[in-house]
Design a protein around this ligand. Structure first.
Ligand code: UDP
Length: 450
């Protein structure tokens, strides 16, 4: 049998923070199992100074020069879809003609066309889904025509999932005209779902047991997550302390010093990830809700959002809060002072909180975050989801009530106990012999032996 060390694969993430992080971690795990990995990214995201020594980086032009933010996102996808595949195919062909072909391609599930590109060049490929398996299943039903999208206030029953209300379904199930390119990208993930011989998903079997089993009947899916750095999980990967690649500059020392000065479980950490844009009125309600909760708070407000903060808010609340434009999120969640995570429920943030045992206040914004919030509250029972008023706003009173409920309310001990349980199960899944570890071993063995 050939040695695994000879096998080089190409890994192609979608170049936004929430997709880069899990793909990088997956790559590190594949390297630890003996594969050589070349990770492709694009000129508009990764900068060449972000180097992780165990992985080779290749930069390929995606034709986009403007800043990537919620306003330019749709435009970016349009551009990416046209320019990137052409440049990528050229690169892969050139490697082949130089005598250094790749053996296999792992690509973000948002690029289903990659399978044909790979197969045309004599390789095989596997998509990596960076969303939950429940969300995959919803999109699968949408693609197969087996999801009857419920009208507002109604619910839908899908196999192996809890009853999903209209506000639990991913929001893009409803959006038909706005953000067309994004919607297309998301829905098209399922375009050729029956074709790949391997489909990887950032979840773990016990977390979504029923729906993982159901999806396994439909396609070749394997749960290989959570892709949280090894330091916080099994500790088997040397120097895997962080994702190692941030599109924003984290205020690490500021956060650490501030958190160190606070008592155990006394801080609410607040972040809405790398993309979500909150309306001005909503921002104000969050700000005063945090103030009213009387807890300490560490709030990430990205630079592009900061002008929406109430005037003088940071100064007026400096006895209770710290506002930064980006945090070292894993370090923050692992800090003993943090008692609760008020999150938009991006899948990475959800998995990180779950893997580090931090109860949540779910304040979902869009895409799959609504479904993740449903699972946080009703399935895993590790927090509460805020309610929106008739204007679609979460009021300051609601925010206060939810924070108090998770931090000190009647159910706070249950949330903490359940969070601890999921933390252990997440670690078990990626540790030696765990379900995700075994799935990765099988995957690597199959690539090496073909
Ligand atoms: N993140 C971070 N610092 C912050 C906010 C977020 O490092 O201040 C990281 C977080 O740990 C996660 C990613 O950015 O890995 C965000 O991904 P997620 O899927 O939660 O949300 P998205 O940004 O895709 O909406």
């Amino acid at each position: 049998m050939k040695m695994a060390m000879e096998t080089r694969i190409l890994v192609i993430p979608f170049p936004i923070q929430g997709h880069l992080n899990p793909m990088l971690q997956l790559s590190k795990r594949l390297v630890s199992k003996g594969l050589k990995v070349t990770l492709v990214s694009t000129n508009s995201s990764l900068k060449p100074n972000n180097i992780i020594s165990s992985i080779d980086f290749e930069f390929i032009n995606d034709g986009f020069d403007a800043e990537l933010n919620p306003e330019t996102f749709d435009e970016y996808i349009k551009c990416f879809k046209v320019v990137f595949p052409q440049n990528l195919a050229k690169f892969m062909e050139s490697r082949k003609s130089l005598g250094f072909p790749f053996k296999f391609v792992v690509y973000d599930s948002g690029m289903p066309w990659m399978l044909d590109v790979a197969r045309d060049l004599g390789m095989d490929g596997a998509p990596f889904f960076t969303q939950s398996c429940a969300v995959n299943a919803v999109y699968y039903h949408l693609d197969q025509g087996t999801l009857k999208v419920p009208s507002e206030g109604c619910s839908v029953a899908l196999p192996s999932m809890p009853l999903l209300g209209s506000d639990d379904l991913p929001t893009l199930v409803y959006e038909t005209d706005s953000r067309q390119s994004l919607r297309e990208l998301i829905v098209n993930q399922m375009l050729n779902i029956h074709e790949p011989n391997w489909i990887l998903c950032n979840t773990f079997d016990k977390l979504e047991e029923e729906v993982v089993n159901w999806m396994k009947i439909q396609c070749q899916i394997k749960a290989v997550g959570p892709t949280v750095p090894s330091k916080y999980m099994d500790k088997r990967l040397e120097n895997d302390n962080d994702y190692g690649l941030s599109l924003f500059k984290p205020y690490s020392e500021t956060c650490k010093t501030w958190l160190d000065s606070k008592a155990i479980n006394s801080v609410v950490y607040v972040s809405f990830g790398s993309l979500a844009a909150v309306g001005e009125e909503q921002m104000e309600e969050i700000a005063w809700g945090l103030r009213r909760s009387n807890s300490f708070f560490l709030w990430v407000v990205r630079e592009s959002e900061s002008q929406k903060l109430p005037k003088n808010f940071s100064e007026e609340t400096s006895d209770k809060g710290l506002v930064v434009s980006w945090s070292p999120q894993l370090e923050v969640l692992a800090h003993k002072s943090v008692g609760c995570f008020m999150t938009h429920c991006g899948w990475n943030s959800t998995l990180e909180a779950l893997s580090l045992g931090v109860p949540m206040v779910a304040i979902p914004q869009w895409t799959d975050q609504t479904t993740n919030a449903k699972y946080v509250e009703d399935v895993w029972q590790i927090g509460v989801r805020v309610k929106v008023n008739e204007k679609g706003i979460v009021t300051r009173e609601e925010i206060e009530v939810c924070i108090r409920e998770v931090m000190e309310g009647g159910r706070s001990k249950d949330f903490r106990r359940n969070s601890e349980k999921w933390k252990e199960l997440a670690k078990e899944a990626v540790d030696e012999g765990g379900s995700s570890d075994k799935n990765l071993e099988e995957f690597v063995a199959a690539i090496v032996s073909t």
